[in-house]
Design a protein around this ligand. Structure first.
Ligand code: AGP
Length: 613
């Protein structure tokens, strides 16, 4: 959570920081702020609300400076208000800091600083950190970089920080642990940010800081990286494969709608080079080295949060059904604290769009320490989870900016389908005929998704009817039960309508009590072995005057007679169906949220990557 950005170079810093903050707003939007360093010292502009609200603080001319830092906040310590916004000055205003993360031991550090005469204006842990740095700076008589390094040795928690100092026009000090930080290397200029989106039009040369590293950016002296234990490191420069268009709305009203519509391409990109239909093979490059481990694994444990957890549930159905390997799917936040039994024969798969989710990251660190093999499925290249895993693969969905995950989910499901089919073939748990049938069908999924997206107008119409309901139920069976969970999550997170997902058959064990004429139920009722049973569930709801929105296969003649609305999607093997059934649910949620006037891409209280526990 929180986005950080910084600039040092020949250009005017303020416009670069401002644009950068707008691109990072998906990470948090409770408040925004910028600090620039010029002849007048460090000037800070900050305000509660979105970046545009902060902009109103700048009258006619934007501040002139060639060095600056900026922050967009998702509040952890202290309510979102002007005072708690970042950047924060130190007591003497000699230094200023921006911070993404949580300083867990800030109370004890604060007590020490209070005794030494420091006063605090905000409720944040960040103001404690900047004063700790100042305290070290003064008492140890060291320079800023050394003060940051020494101070961070006293800190427990997570941080991506950038620190600037009055009069020090050629230096930004940054450090990272548990929160992302990337340095962009331009021509005689440096950028820093939580991800590369603020500076991709300026440079594609980047250095990702590793855990517990402190970097000093200086035009005169270059880039120097040390660990907080004072070990000098060599900067590993990488070339980014990210294009500007991929982070812009491209004519759509919202990133979410753009990303929903990108799914044919993101699925295609995720399959490309891995699914070789002509040769009748599946090849996931990174997999080869660890293939035997997978084949001999006692079980696979999938850890993830939110939508990624739902993709993990789909994977459980796929891997157990096709490859016959036992799978457990765990909320990362629960897994890490319940003293789980993990052995060296376990494979732990971490699924994460951002690759930065704190709970997922900690879960794999725990599993790694117990000897399990860690496989990462991430969307963001170079992210912390991707680097922490022993091996892994990317989803190739491209940048996902809308807070509600859409194309990342279908790309994750695509990767899991490849893994399940690949393992099944190696293990001999699938017939050649079924393998062939499924890979041909998988290859056609980008086209089928494109066809499914045509239900947009119908989804919008249904949204217009149900946009004001207070509650909504989502039902699905088998592999479409996780899709029901995902549909409910989409609706609640962007429209603030209370929604719950259930296995269809579970309805009679409680949720049916909620059914009345005001309670719509969205049911995935495609042709499967359980179809008749789902039809019975629909009848039970209709008997209680509930409204039914059913996702059915083209040409369905049974459900269409009972349901209030049906949305038809192409027929595919049930195992591949989540890639299609999820599309109308995404569209209905999107349109309802728009009609309710909700901020679709930046829903309240949320942030795109959750880098705090
Ligand atoms: C989904 O729409 C979410 N906003 C959220 O649940 C998300 O999936 C979750 O925070 C996990 O994120 P990750 O995939 O980046 O780890």
């Amino acid at each position: 959570m929180c986005g950080i950005v910084g600039y040092l170079g020949d250009k005017q810093a303020y416009p670069i920081l401002l644009r950068g903050l707008k691109r990072l707003e998906y990470r948090g939007y409770d408040s925004a702020g910028i600090a620039v360093l010029n002849g007048d010292g460090i000037e800070i502009f900050k305000k509660q609300g979105k970046v545009v609200q902060m902009e109103t603080l700048i009258s006619d001319e934007s501040p002139k400076a060639k060095l600056g830092i900026g922050h967009t906040r998702w509040a952890t310590h202290g309510v979102p208000n002007d005072v708690n916004s970042h950047p924060h000055y130190s007591q003497s205003k000699r230094i200023a800091i921006i911070h993404n993360g949580i300083i867990e031991n800030y109370t004890s550090i604060k007590e020490g600083l209070l005794k030494r005469g420091y006063t605090f204006h905000s409720d944040t842990d960040t103001e404690v950190l900047v004063n700790l740095i100042e305290d070290v700076l003064i008492n140890e008589k060291v320079d800023l970089a050394e003060a940051v390094r020494i101070a961070l040795n006293q800190v427990v928690g997570a941080y991506a920080i950038a620190v600037i100092e009055e009069g020090n026009y050629d230096q930004i000090v940054v450090a990272k642990k548990g929160s992302p930080l990337v340095i962009g290397l331009g021509e005689n200029e440096y950028y820093i940010a939580s991800d590369a989106t603020p500076f991709i039009e300026y440079t594609k040369q980047v250095v990702y800081l590793d855990e517990e590293e402190v970097a000093v950016l200086s035009l005169k002296n270059g880039l120097e990286i040390r660990t907080i234990a004072n070990q000098l490191k060599t900067a590993y420069v990488q070339e980014l494969a990210l294009e500007l268009e991929s982070i812009e709305k491209g004519g759509y009203d919202h990133f979410m709608l753009k990303e929903i519509n990108e799914q044919p391409k993101s699925i295609y990109d995720t399959l490309r080079g891995r699914l070789l239909v002509d040769k009748g093979t599946i090849s996931i490059g990174s997999f080869v080295e660890y293939e035997q481990k997978f084949l001999n694994a006692d079980r696979i444990i999938i850890v993830a949060c939110g939508t990624s957890w739902h993709a993990g549930l789909v994977a459980e159905y796929l891997i157990e059904d096709l490859a016959r390997i036992p799978v457990e799917v765990e909320y990362a936040s629960e897994f890490r604290y319940r003293n789980p039994i993990i052995t060296e024969r376990d494979i732990v798969i971490a699924v994460s769009q951002s690759g930065e989710t704190a709970d997922t990251l900690s879960a794999i660190q725990l599993a790694k320490s117990k000897g399990a093999t860690i496989f990462g499925i991430c969307n963001v290249v170079g992210s912390s989870i991707a680097r922490e895993a022993h091996v892994g693969t990317y989803t190739h969905a491209g940048p996902e900016i809308g807070v509600a995950s859409t194309k990342a989910f279908t790309a994750q499901v695509t990767v899991f389908t490849l893994i399940a089919l690949g393992l099944a073939r190696k293990k001999g748990t699938i017939s050649e005929q079924l393998f062939r049938k499924l890979i041909v069908e998988l290859d056609s999924m980008p086209d089928k998704v494109a066809q499914t997206l045509k239900v947009d107008a119908q989804s919008k119409y249904i949204a217009s009817i149900y946009k004001d309901v207070p509650n909504c139920l989502f039902l699905g069976r088998g592999i479409n039960f996780p899709v029901a969970l995902e549909g409910a999550l989409k609706l609640k997170e962007i429209s603030y309508i209370h929604a719950e997902g259930y296995p269809a058959a579970e309805m009679k064990h409680g949720p049916i009590a909620l059914i009345d004429e005001d309670m719509p139920t969205v049911v995935v009722a495609i042709k499967t072995e359980q179809y008749e049973k789902v039809v019975s569930n629909i009848q039970e709801i209709k008997a209680r005057e509930g409204k039914i929105i059913a996702i059915v296969n083209e040409g369905d003649s049974v459900v269409s007679k009972i349901a209030d609305h049906v949305i038809e999607i192409p027929e595919v093997d049930e195992r591949l169906s989540p890639l299609l059934t999820t599309i109308p649910l995404q569209l209905i949620s999107y349109h309802i949220a728009v009609m309710r006037g909700c901020h679709v891409d930046q829903p309240r209280n949320l942030a795109k990557s959750v880098t705090v526990e």
